[in-house]
Ligand binder design. Sequence first.
Ligand SMILES: [Zn+2]
Length: 355
Amino acid sequence: MKNKCFLCPPEFNNLEFDLEHIIPNSIGGRLKSDLIICKTCNNDFGHNLEISIAKQFDVICTTLNIKRERNEPPKIKLKTKEHADDFTIFPGGKTERSIKTRKIGNKEYLIYYSSLSELEKLKTQISKNREIVSEKEITEGIPGEVQKFHTLLFGFSTGNRTSYRAIAKMAAFYYLYCGGLPELIHPISGYIKGIYAANIVFPYSPESYINPPPNLENIQHTIFLTGDFETKLLWAYIELFNTFSYAIILNRNYIGPNIKSNYSINVMTGEQSTTFPPIEPKLPQKPLKNYIPDMQCRWKYLAKLVNQKLFFHNIGYKLGNDMYDYTKGTIIDEKIAEDLSNKLFSNEGSGFQSI
Ligand SMILES: [Zn+2]
């Protein structure tokens, strides 16, 4: 009877299990368990949730070059408002225009280049496609000007339902990995599968974060799990990138044994640890929404690191800090960013709820 798939209906007896990352590998997670879900469920739910969390944090993972088990983080494409020309961010933060030549007149071209050899190459390319070309017809962009051309603000959501499901999955799977009983957190499987919505995941900044503010040597994901027989509460605290922090309520009427477990991975060095933090997170008495500004303070540290990488490659991007859904590729200008942060603090439509 042991080793039933956590996400399958009880009558199913799927014996083919899949190796599953507790924290998605796309954001640097390495801890794996092979007895939690079957291959079918991993294909049906696991991959979708993994993609959702990977997209949510892709700017951070690609810019900071957070290593996956096999591949590098993917290139990311961004659009500019002015010309709808694509920019591409490469792993490590190098940024290039995807479209490097733009026709600006009948026989005139604007060329964006980062070195003289690249300029020569682009000139040759243009010549090949045209019957007549002369030096005069080519307007050369100056790298310095190109870099000042755009200020991009882009933010991302920490609060859409799919990403909450992915967060719940990390907490539930960690509990099971630690030897927890599936029947004590059974309702969570429906939440992870998206069958029902419930107040399970909350953005939550505790009084003291487990990890210090992120720097380029220390960016961690941490899961802290507590099951308390007396308070009847089974919950997990998850901190991603030392910044995005959540409380996940796994069971409000917990009747199992006392549990306490901690796992951290430094995604910059690959170092893993199970040492307990000096100050353990506790659930607050106050509504959780009061704790959101702390997460915003943390986000500034992380945004600074990402900016540092982009500035290193001489591109003047800025990172916004909204916590709302938006379609990747949308330009969020100063005005939109301001509106979004106002909305965040008025808690309107943010999906943040108190418990
Ligand atoms: Zn299954």
